[in-house]
Design a protein around this ligand. Sequence first.
Ligand code: KG4
Ligand code: ZN
Length: 345
Amino acid sequence: MRVLGIETSCDETGVAVYDSERGLIGDLLHSQVELHAEYGGVVPELASRDHVRKLVPLIRQLLDSSGLAPDTLDGIAYTAGPGLVGALLVGASVGRSLAWSLGIPAVAVHHMEGHLLAPLLESPAPEFPFVALLVSGGHTQLVEVTGVGRYRLLGESLDDAAGEAFDKTAKLLGLGYPGGPALAQLARRGDPGRFRFPRPMTDRPGLDFSFSGLKTFALNTLQTGLAEAAADPEGEARLKADIARAFEDAVVDTLAIKCRRAIRQTGIPTLVLAGGVSANRRLRQRIDDIMAAEGGQAFYPRPAFCTDNGAMIAYAGWQRLRAGQRQPPAFGASPRWSLEELPPV
Ligand code: KG4
Ligand code: ZN
């Protein structure tokens, strides 16, 4: 079975074809980063309009470059939520109507299920059951996964998502948008011994997270430091790098502590990381160390599939289409949508 995947939930237009015999045949991504950069964040209306402009040409380019005729597709999967409703509706309307015109089934995919299953595109792939840490710009969740669509939420962020905290802290350090990767890069030059930020909610039981306080901590540290380093550009640059390092250390440490707790609590020694923040090198290193000490193993998507992409949607869609799930000709989008509402496969 050959499935076209379409991702338009936020600021990337992603398309890919997954073939159950051959694996991933092709994938293309158009990033809107430059479009939104001057506003310091995603402007929803601009995102929708850009998806409208780019999606159909990108699908054409994908099929042409992979040497695939449209009539060799067996199904179409599109992200139907959670995300920006206007952006989602672009992928939903194109995906659903293209499937109708080709006379093939379509399926609506949950964006976070796409992230969660992305590591299954790699080799070796993790086997069920596993614990998943989903860390993206909009979500931070620990999920017990016993099969496709069999998800139990173990814990989640009560305020900012980990990626959101990275982005907001990067912004106050003057790093632009999206700030996560830039902050991680700056942190490499930082002195780990200068500041110690709190590890929120690790001193009490439970698997929930709270990251909004770290951003405030970073702001206060910056303001105090700037007052002390007044008119010393070198001192200011060092201060920002040291704050970036302390912030990254705190997020990585907090996520790692909760992952270890989830592994021990569930007795499942397999951990899967997914979502944009799972591209973070220091997080991967720390998680690998923890899983080695626990006698378990961690799995990740390749870096390009940590952030939003069409491949994970094609793959998640294939899992549901092959089980006979279908989206009727009427379609919609769900800006808010819980993973636990998904039907098992
Ligand atoms: O999964 P994703 O592409 O989009 C959402 O579904 O939200 O995740 C994007 C998030 C952004 O907040 C971005 O700053 C963060 O992932 N991110 C990173 C890194 N790469 C991307 N955060 C920390 N370190 C990175 N290397
Ligand atoms: Zn995402």
